[in-house]
Design a protein. Sequence first.
Length: 292
Amino acid sequence: MEQALHQAGLAHDIAWTTGPGDGARIAAAAWQQGRERFLVAGGDGSVHDVVNGLMTAQSAHGDPAFPDSPRIPTVVPLPLGTGNDWSRSLALPSDPAALAAIIRRDHAVPHDVGRIEFPASGATPARTCWFINVAGAGFDAHVIERMPARTPSKFAYLAGALRELARYRSPAFRLTADDDREASISRLLLAFVANGQYCGGRMHVAPDARQDDGAFDLVTIDDVGLLRALPKLARLYVGNLLHDPLVKHRLVTRVCIMAEPAAGIEADGQFVGRTPTVISVERGALRTLRGP
């Protein structure tokens, strides 16, 4: 990739991560130094790290140098991870020369960002994190929480899902979206809050999702037994899940998620916490590039 950037005449600096959280730290420091464009060589977890560093830096410090015209960072993935779902949603190539050509054209487009807020609980303070692609509550977070830290296989999520499906017990969810007067309460296998189209390594969870419309695709799957859940997992990869009678889909800008017992929450394939939580959209908070 470095060679491709040189050949395309694109000046750049390289910073290496050495462990979890380094991407957030490096991105935040670079942003404060005036850097605005970030190429993330890695998978969805690496992108998640960088996005959280950038959003945290903006929230905490703002941009005093440009109070009337806030800077907006541009984030582009070089897909080198296990799932690479965000890159897939953007139709970006993995070939370095092809990606460098797209970066050189520099046709940046707005991209929404998801905000996840966890309230204070006892001695645990309130906290906020962000996601760029898809967040999920329930079964998918349960699977991700139990996956090993390094999963080189492209089918790691599917293998984990098949392993955990028989032992998982769906909680009762209470979802309150936008201006709902009453929360819907039902036992769900999972709930996706989708900004992008893919998650879990090619699962086509929200085929019509757009990253710049100021809304999320809220996709829920009703609680089902093992035998009925297996074909639904298959439909996730085919991309026709929304036609299933046990699946509900709507556009939302904010959703409060509660569950009994508490359900796990994942964001961009990273386990980030447990319900209750509020997820909302920050429209056009970042920019990115699209292929081809």
